[in-house]
Design a protein around this ligand. Structure first.
Ligand SMILES: Nc1nc2c(c(=O)[nH]1)N[C@H]1C(S)=C(S)[C@@H](COP(=O)(O)OP(=O)(O)OC[C@H]3O[C@@H](n4cnc5c(=O)[nH]c(N)nc54)[C@H](O)[C@@H]3O)O[C@H]1N2
Ligand SMILES: Nc1nc2c(c(=O)[nH]1)N[C@H]1C(S)=C(S)[C@@H](COP(=O)(O)OP(=O)(O)OC[C@H]3O[C@@H](n4cnc5c(=O)[nH]c(N)nc54)[C@H](O)[C@@H]3O)O[C@H]1N2
Ligand code: SF4
Ligand SMILES: [Mo]
Length: 715
């Protein structure tokens, strides 16, 4: 068992059980959605892995074990807050707080029109909340401006999957298939730290004789478990993928029969790949011809091969192209829809998958329908009981909406539910300025996040262990979140909040819900016939079967663990190759900013850190962010381990502790993004967007080491 995860390691938890009663629910954090038992009281809760749950099989990582510490945290918000003229917050009653929110919505809309009100949601919200938020935007506020943090997460892989395969469900196969893949290629994923219990599947695959190829500029914890590590130059994924396809074609390792019968567009992709001869690819990617050949031959000679991408390849201004280029390989090898094979995206947030299916995205309606599709509009308008023309059209994508806050034709009042945008957006100093220009910022959270600190009104909400609802994990398996404890007095669920706001806006009849189950029933009806069809799912069915895989179109349908076995949900039933040329990132190192900067995650912290920086055990594991620096680069800048350095890009500066390590390339620095203020790497990141997915380029920009502050105390 790895040091990063374990099964019911009781020594690792902060609290001991005070009763034997337990509730089976799921971890609040990542998309692995480990099954978890909660015991004790809210004040002394104790979490352990649920050994009977087939996904994590009892395993949890340190974030899961310690998650209960957030429930009774002293900084937990327990009353609505309003900003005073002197800038401080004052508590106020729910009645007053909701009246102020409604006043702000109405005032702004009267002045600037319906689209001047915006909503920013998140992939940590349950399906029910995400669905209700989308409906609230379109029906109660009639604004087109709703988007969410999933845009910053897997939107490039989602767009690529839809283009190439006709549908986006993170993994189109269950996790139980993974150990049986002869070769797995993990692209821009550091699973060992970002979903540690996933490693048990990889360990089993390795035990069965399988190979693991990791594509990452860093020799990450995950790369250290690989058979072969391709340490590419940041942002050279398309060149690498084309180079691999080149060798596969050259050496006769592709599946001609599959290409002929199940795909289209191969000839154009082949023509492009033919120009990516190995020497050229070595020049662009830094991966040697020998390693390219090794990787291509491992993939090409396996009976089953999986290619899995995560944020490394996706969070780039070429993110969609990168994924399409990797999918080309999966198709050329004839893997997609075959046993223990195919392409998948490793979704990140707890409900990153479900959160992208039910309408909190600017261009989307429930059931993964498109908002500009007349048939979809007609169906949803009917379910919602509104005239179709009253349904707004597509709004702006996340970064674009945030970047135009306060502008004449931008959003003037914003409701944020489930995201800490002040920390997690690229070019965050600019977005913080934009947030300050708003007429009114309303934030629903259970802690005073950095975004909530900028708010005019803060609404305190329930947490994971206090609420019911469904979450859809990275496999497309719909799960049940169960309440274990009563919430503190003074907090409300988002369902109560949204329904009450709708009522006060005169739209109460469209929001007759008193609990999540009622919302889920409408969500299921709304999703019927759409790509993500939940209509045959019930809470009881989920409980009975350890989750149900969508699509599940009828009560007697068992759900669909594996997609693409018969065909592809594209108009012609075939998968599509795409001819993709390598293009450089939006910003490359130059004499003024000579190094690449890449960003990502560490084991102990989650996202913007609102939750995990408040868990003492996690904070002591990783109290502050660091910049990984290669020893050669460190010598050049006369850096010693533990120094503090100021890093500067064209957008700003921030200060980090130096961590000298050979796992990073000489030309690259890596910094995790879980901290705020002067320790926030998003002060530095580049908001260049992918033209299709509108994903920002979190994974690469140009940086310089500005100053060494060896004696400075922690910021
Ligand atoms: N501990 C922890 N776990 C988490 C989260 C968390 O915050 N903390 N968040 C969850 C969420 S929302 C997500 S989205 C997932 C993310 O999970 P991952 O995608 O695994 O995490 P990251 O660390 O963002 O990025 C993965 C790797 O991409 C590499 N990379 C950087 N640039 C490139 C490049 O140009 N090409 C390639 N191929 N790779 C590159 C980085 O070196 C890094 O090791 O994790 C989930 N799990
Ligand atoms: N530099 C850099 N930046 C990145 C990334 C990167 O790799 N590098 N990754 C991006 C990715 S993949 C993601 S997913 C984003 C994530 O970044 P954020 O969107 O900021 O995600 P979280 O930190 O999870 O923020 C969730 C907030 O909502 C609160 N919250 C949690 N659950 C609920 C709930 O049920 N209801 C309500 N109302 N609030 C809740 C939490 O307390 C927290 O304050 O960051 C992106 N930013
Ligand atoms: S953070 Fe993810 S891997 Fe860790 S316990 Fe929670 S769900 Fe499991
Ligand atoms: Mo994410």
């Amino acid at each position: 068992m790895s040091i990063y995860w374990g099964r019911n390691v009781q020594k690792s938890v902060a609290f001991q059980p005070s009763t034997h009663r337990h509730v089976a629910t799921h971890c609040p954090y990542c998309a692995f959605q480990c099954g978890m038992h909660l015991q004790g009281s809210r004040e002394e809760a104790y979490a352990s892995g649920n050994a009977a749950f087939p996904v994590n099989k009892g395993g949890l990582c340190i974030k899961g074990w310690t998650a209960p510490a957030t429930l009774s945290h002293p900084e937990r918000l327990q009353t609505p807050l309003v900003r005073q003229p002197d800038g401080s917050f004052a508590p106020l009653s729910w009645d007053e707080a909701l009246a102020k929110v409604v006043h702000a919505f109405q005032n702004t809309q009267q002045r600037y029109g319906p689209d001047a009100v915006g909503i920013f949601g998140g992939g940590s919200l349950t399906n029910e909340k995400a669905y209700l938020l989308g409906k609230f935007a379109r029906v109660a506020l009639r604004t087109s401006h709703i988007d969410y943090n999933g845009r910053f997460c897997m939107s490039s892989a989602a767009a690529a999957s839809i283009k190439a395969l006709g549908i986006d469900r993170g993994l189109p196969f269950p996790l139980e298939d993974i150990p049986h893949a002869e070769v797995i290629m993990l692209i821009g994923s550091n699973l060992a730290e970002t979903m540690p219990p996933f490693m048990q599947y990889i360990e089993e695959q390795r035990t069965l004789g399988g190979h693991l190829i990791v594509v990452d500029p860093r020799f990450s914890t995950t790369a250290q478990a690989a058979t072969l590590h391709l340490r590419l130059t940041p942002a050279s994924d398309t060149a690498l993928a084309n180079g691999l396809l080149h060798i596969l074609i050259r050496d006769g390792l592709i599946d001609q029969e599959y290409i002929r019968t199940r795909t289209e567009g191969f000839e154009r992709a082949r023509a492009v790949a033919s120009t990516y001869w190995p020497e050229r690819v070595e020049r662009i990617t830094g991966v040697t011809e020998k390693q390219l050949q090794q990787a291509a031959h491992l993939l090409g000679s396996a009976r089953s091969a999986m290619m899995l991408t995560a944020r490394g390849a996706e969070q780039q201004s070429q993110g969609v192209n990168n994924v399409l280029a990797y999918i080309n390989i999966a198709l050329a090898l004839g893997t997609v829809g075959r046993p223990y094979s195919g392409y998948g995206c490793l979704t990140g947030q707890g409900n990153g998958q479900g959160g992208r299916e039910h309408g909190q995205k600017a261009d989307q309606l429930p059931g993964y329908r498109k908002i500009d599709d007349p048939e979809a509009r007609h169906h949803i308008a009917k379910i919602w009981g509104i005239p179709e023309p009253d349904l707004p059209g597509p709004g702006q994508s996340a970064y674009e909406m945030l970047n135009s806050l306060g502008e004449q034709d931008g959003v003037h009042t914003l409701l944020v539910m489930g995201s800490n945008i002040a920390v997690s957006t690229p070019h965050s100093l600019r977005i913080q300025e934009r947030l300050k220009r708003l007429d009114c910022l309303i934030v629903a959270d259970f802690f005073l996040s950095e975004t909530a600190r900028l708010a005019d009104i803060v609404l305190p909400v329930t947490q994971w262990a206090e609420e019911e609802g469904t979450m859809t994990n990275l496999e497309g398996r719909v799960l049940l979140r169960r309440p274990a404890f009563a919430p503190p007095a003074g907090v409300r669920t988002e369902i109560e909040i949204l329904c009450e706001l709708a009522h006060r806006l005169g739209k109460g009849s469209y929001f007759p819900f008193t609990d999540a189950r009622q919302v889920f029933k409408e969500l299921c009806r709304a999703s019927a016939g759409g790509p993500a069809d939940y209509s045959g799912i019930t809470y009881e069915k989920i409980a009975m079967h350890d989750g149900v895989f969508w699509p599940c179109p009828s009560a007697d349908h068992p759900g669909t663990p594996r997609l693409f076995q018969q065909g592809f949900p594209t108009p012609g039933g075939r998968a599509h190759f795409h001819a993709i040329q390598h293009q450089p990132p939006a910003e490359e190192p130059d004499p003024a900013f000579p190094l690449y900067l890449t960003t990502g995650r560490v084991l102990a912290h989650y996202q913007s850190g609102t939750q995990t920086r408040r868990v003492p055990r996690l904070l002591s594991m990783q109290p502050e962010p660091y910049a990984e620096v290669h020893p050669t680069t460190a010598r050049q800048y006369k850096l010693t381990d533990g120094d503090h350095i100021k890093l500067t890009t064209r957008r700003g500066s921030a200060t980090f502790k130096v961590k000298i390590t050979r796992t990073i390339r000489e030309d690259t620095l890596f910094v995790p993004f879980h901290w705020a203020g002067d320790q926030s790497v998003n002060r530095l990141t580049n908001p260049a967007l992918d033209p299709i997915s509108r994903m920002p380029e979190f994974k690469v920009c140009a940086v310089r080491i500005e100053a060494v502050e060896a004696l400075e105390e922690d910021a």
